[in-house]
Structure formats: structure tokens, C-alpha cells
Write a protein that binds this ligand. Structure first.
Ligand SMILES: Cc1ncc(COP(=O)(O)O)c(C=O)c1O
Length: 387
């Protein structure tokens, strides 16, 4: 089997790279959600071959892109998706916006779970809809539970028409259980609330947990959802700007897709679809090896912090390479916390309050990097905390 070297140090500076080119040279960037790993060799080879062809005219849609998503959902999550349920989208965030416009009206309420991935805070009001926040409850072991009573209260409000689920959850790293997802589905059906499930992080699930696609829960759940996927996190191809939706119900599919078709807003790119097809069809080995590597990084982080920076708590990460650090013991305001890590420790992370209620006092660390970089960042943080 092909082996990928996740220890390889790749210089990303000067490549118009948001993660590395935003901050000064002496800062270790562990913030925005892409990895520092080279993408799988079969993807690179296929792209090179296509580049060498030299003609990049209009592609024909022969459904190989859709089929690769069907294949991946079956192999990895045992979900039987049909090719006709899948549509190409330019990325996940645009897909969520399309769904919001198709299934809700201006002035409606959309429920999200707080703290929430920061663009959710923008796209909902930017489209004239209101955010209702269902606060996730932090337990003593650092894992998170759903406040179902509050959730039902929000879902039952007259103008609540959509629940935007982030499964698994960024930034708290929660992997939802089948029981939790089923209960969410039942409540949404009871109150006639449509579900958009953002499953972009679904390949990075730590041992003892399992990702369940929302649309695989039951026929009723499938008939009431749009599932958003993108291999960009797993295979480090966010820059090709591609994603997909899976919409099992034909009526919902048409409602989502008609405005795109009417506006001819469905064009795809050959360099967007090709890497996804190759990654999903040929690169299971890479996803498996990266997960193993990330398990190693997580174990390293947990040990380092427990032994050398006990003021910071790791909690109980179940999914994603974005680790939610509890820094409340440092007793710094969000602004001070951000400045402390960036200016004193020289490590760039996402400051927790930017994710909304429940985020103050936390920092989000991206551990998808070679271990030597993680080690360097933690050593810097240790020195800053001790000084
Ligand atoms: C939960 C979540 N959704 C969506 C995105 C962005 O996806 P895309 O680049 O496909 O719009 C991210 C990126 O970090 C994310 O964490």
C-alpha cells in the first residue's frame, strides 16, 4: 500500500497561503482549517496528467464526480446514496447559502449550536435571516451535550424554518451519536424545521466515535435534509473550491437546484472535480494514515499539556483536527488571550469568542501539521505561560 509522509515539512510561505502568509515569519500558524500536508500523490499525478493535455475547454458532466461521492459515502459510512441525489457546489458555505435561500424566507429564524463556526454568524444575517443559538453544554470531562429542552423551544418558534447542524462540530470537536441525531431529526420533523447538515469534517473522527450521515438516519430524516460534504479538509484541497450536496428527496433536490439551473450557476471546473474524484476513488489509504497521524498528534498534545502546561485543558476531542483549548485558568479577556498567544508565544490560533457564546476563554488549535511543528508551538506556549 502507498505510504504518505505526514512528517514532511513543506514550506508554504509565499504561495498566497492564508494560513502562512497572514502573520509575520516568526509566528507558527495553527489557525485556519487546512492541513500542512501535501495532498495524496495520485491526486497530484492525475492533475499533472490533465495539465499536460493542454486543452481545458468546457467539461461534460458524465456523473463521475457524483459517483465518487456515492462511493465514498458507501465505503466510509455505509450510506447508500444515489447518483441523482448529488450536486456539485462551489464549496460548502455557498451550498448552505443556496439551501437557506431555497428553504427559508427573509425574516425566518435559523437555529445553530453555539459556539458556532464563525461564517455561520455572517451568512445568516447577511441573508436577512435571524440566528437562534442553541447553547451546547460543556460537561466536566470537557465533552459537550445538547440542551434538548432549549432546542425544542427554539425549533417551535413560529418563524423557525431551518436547523443548521455542524456534524461533527467545529469548534468543540463533538461527534454526535445516533441517539442525539435521531432526537434532533424527530424534533425538527415535529416542528416542521428543515435540516442542513454540514459534514465537512466527517472523515476525522477519533477512536471510540463514529460519524453518522444525517441523511442515513431514517427515511423521514432523509426526506428533510440537505447534507453538505467536501473532501477539502481530509485531502487538503480547499483551494480548488469544490464541494457537493446530497439531497435524497427529489422535491427538495429540485427546490434547491432550480434557482441554480435558472441562473446557469452550476458550472464546474475540471481542476475542481478531478481531485475530488481521484481522492474519493483511490485515496482511502491517505485518509486512514492521516487519521492515525492526527491521533498521534492529539495524544502528543494531551500529554504535553497535562505535564507541562496544566493551566490549559484539552477536554474530550471526538472529531476534527481543530482542538478546543480551555484557557480559562489563564484569566485573560478574549482580546488579551489572542494577544498573549500571538505576540508572546508567537503561535497563531483562532480566539474562542469569535465563535460566539460559550467561546470566551477558549482558543482553537489546528493540529493538522507535522509533529515537529506542533512540538515547536507547544514549547513556545509553555515558555510564554511560565514567563
Ligand atoms: C464546519 C465548516 N463548514 C464549512 C467550512 C468551509 O467550507 P468550504 O471551504 O467548502 O466553504 C469549514 C472550513 O473550515 C468548516 O469548518
Amino acid at each position: 500500500m502507498m505510504q504518505h509522509d505526514f512528517d514532511e515539512l513543506i514550506d508554504r510561505k509565499g504561495t498566497d497561503c492564508k494560513k502562512w502568509d497572514t502573520y509575520k515569519d516568526d509566528v507558527m500558524p495553527l489557525w485556519i482549517a487546512d492541513t500542512d500536508f501535501k495532498c495524496p500523490q495520485p491526486v497530484i499525478d492525475a492533475m499533472l496528467e490533465r495539465v499536460q493535455h493542454g486543452v481545458y475547454g468546457y467539461p461534460m458532466n458524465v456523473k463521475t464526480f457524483e459517483q465518487s461521492i456515492v462511493n465514498w459515502q458507501k465505503k466510509r459510512f455505509n450510506w447508500d446514496v444515489e447518483v441523482d441525489w448529488v450536486e456539485y457546489t462551489p464549496a460548502v458555505i455557498p451550498a448552505i447559502v443556496y439551501a437557506m435561500r431555497a428553504f427559508t424566507n427573509p425574516g425566518d429564524n435559523i437555529v445553530i449550536q453555539m459556539p458556532a463556526y464563525h461564517p455561520f454568524h455572517d451568512i445568516i444575517p447577511n441573508n436577512g435571516r435571524h440566528i437562534l443559538g442553541n447553547q451546547l453544554i460543556r460537561k466536566d470531562d470537557g465533552s459537550y451535550a445538547i440542551d434538548f429542552e432549549n432546542l425544542e423551544e427554539l425549533l417551535s418558534k413560529k418563524r423557525t424554518t431551518m436547523f443548521l447542524l455542524c456534524s461533527p462540530h467545529n469548534p468543540v470537536g463533538k461527534c454526535f451519536t445516533r441517539e442525539e441525531l435521531s432526537r434532533i431529526s424527530e424534533l425538527c420533523l415535529k416542528h416542521n424545521v428543515f435540516v442542513v447538515s454540514d459534514e465537512i469534517h466527517s472523515d476525522i473522527i477519533y477512536k471510540g466515535n463514529r460519524h453518522i450521515p444525517f441523511g442515513s438516519l431514517s427515511q423521514a430524516a432523509a426526506d428533510n435534509c440537505v447534507v453538505c460534504v467536501n473532501p477539502s479538509k481530509t485531502f487538503n484541497i480547499a483551494g480548488v473550491r469544490t464541494g457537493a450536496v446530497v439531497i435524497p428527496n427529489r422535491h427538495n433536490h429540485d427546490r434547491f437546484y432550480a434557482p441554480l439551473e435558472d441562473n446557469k450557476a452550476y458550472g464546474r471546473t475540471i481542476f475542481g472535480t478531478l481531485p475530488i474524484e481521484v481522492a474519493y476513488n483511490e485515496c482511502d489509504y491517505y485518509a486512514d494514515q492521516m487519521l492515525e497521524y492526527l491521533e498521534g498528534n492529539l495524544a502528543y498534545l494531551k500529554k504535553f499539556v497535562a505535564e507541562r502546561i496544566p493551566q490549559i485543558k484539552i477536554g474530550n476531542p471526538q472529531a476534527t483536527y481543530l482542538i478546543w483549548l480551555d484557557c480559562r485558568e489563564l484569566q485573560l479577556s478574549p482580546k488579551e488571550l489572542h494577544a498573549f498567544f500571538l505576540e508572546k508565544a508567537k503561535v497563531a490560533m483562532n480566539e474562542g469568542s469569535t465563535f460566539g457564546p460559550g467561546g470566551a476563554g477558549f482558543m482553537r488549535m489546528n493540529i493538522a501539521c507535522p509533529r515537529s511543528r506542533l512540538e515547536e508551538a507547544l514549547t513556545r506556549i509553555e515558555a510564554a505561560v511560565n514567563s
